[in-house]
Design a protein around this ligand. Sequence first.
Ligand code: C2E
Ligand code: MG
Ligand code: MG
Length: 447
Amino acid sequence: MYDCDFAAYLSGMPDRSGFFEWFESLCQERNPADKFAFVLVDIDKFRLINHALGFKNGDRVLAEMAERSKHVAGADACLFRMAGDTFLAIKRISSGQELRELAHSLLREIRMPISIGRYKLCISACAGVCQYPKDGDNVNTLLTKLDILLEKAKAAGGDNYRICAKEDTSCFEYDGSRYYEVYKDIGYAIMRNEMQMNYQPIVELKHNRIVGFEALLRWNHRKYGMVSPACFIPMAEKSNDIVPIGDWVLDQSIRQCKAWHNQGYNDVSISVNVSANQLKDSKLCSKVKKRLESWNLNPSFLELELTESALISNMDEAHRMLDILRRMGVEISIDDFGTGYSSLNYVTNLNIDLIKIDKSYVAALPNNRKRKVIISAIIRAAHELDKKVIAEGVETKEQCETLREFGCDCFQGYFYSKPVSSEIATKMLAGRHMPTNNPFPCRSSLL
Ligand code: C2E
Ligand code: MG
Ligand code: MG
């Protein structure tokens, strides 16, 4: 009877069709100044709970989580059960700041231990967060955004949320059929000659000198033009097209680096992004080796960038791969450091050479005191552990100067240059040798 009550509680909750009805009336009655937080919550590894404790207990967990969410969101909030373990909480808000507060308190409440019979469980969840009508004023846009944001939060390792940001919006221009078309075309993009590499200089702070480039993929879709990597990389990861695309990126990047060496710029290195799916590819190490050999590039000029989430989702495999790659002489960096767990533990335990501090941290320089403390602590700790540090997303002179003060090794960002074609990158290298008092000789004439 007890269990039935939980099932009844859940089945009594308004579901997806209830949400559609509610949303329709909202659109009709809404005051133009009204703002709402939409938080799509999904329990982490819920299947595991069902399989380990049984489906009845799974329902009890869900009912408890729904009850807690309702309690935290408040009496004026609405809660819908959108799918098995996915809830949508909606609440009127007066400022964007409340989005974060709501998502934070929902996840905190879900994290509180729960007793199910003789079991005591610690459950976590992820959430995608949007603001209505700012991030979308129709049901399709909102649900697509929430879904993608939720997926991104899951990919970062669970127990976290993702709020719709400016960089995410490019993906969402592809609503409905456009999104589908772009998604379906990604597997053909290389064959159709629509992909191309851009290169962003990595500059040594001590000598204001280009020491390498990050290879960044660009896609010029035959119908829709340039598609942002923030949009198509997650799509390619989902469809697993990222594996052949990643092979192509490696080949192009190594070839380009060797071409620079042949032109006399033989101290320049190339950084290539590697996604989680590529780490799962058992042939990754042999592919890297083969490409280095066929272009005859010394492995120490290749740096592979991995994100924390890619490492976490494949910890054992990652350890093994990194050992092989480093033994080959390839350098490894942690990309976007600061956006995931940001644990210096990986830095100590994993075989890596470099840390790339994420641009969201750098953006807070030079005025945000807390971020300054964190960045300088990361740099100091990394140096103690014999790792180099690159700061990403440097856009101003002040940020550059602050990083120099902190002893950061290199930087990358619009302050020096946006990602550019291989031709412009080569001209920048040529400018490197011009005698001048300008700290950035190659920049001025080209940008
Ligand atoms: P990422 O690896 O962190 O690359 C840095 C991103 O920051 C690039 O975005 C770059 O254009 C941008 N950026 C550089 N300087 C600045 C700055 O000063 N301000 C701001 N606001 N942004 C700056 P992009 O090219 O759009 O790439 C986005 C992400 O897509 C990359 O982030 C990387 O995770 C992924 N990506 C790009 N190319 C590849 C690829 O070939 N393979 C894989 N697996 N991922 C890729
Ligand atoms: Mg990168
Ligand atoms: Mg990065």
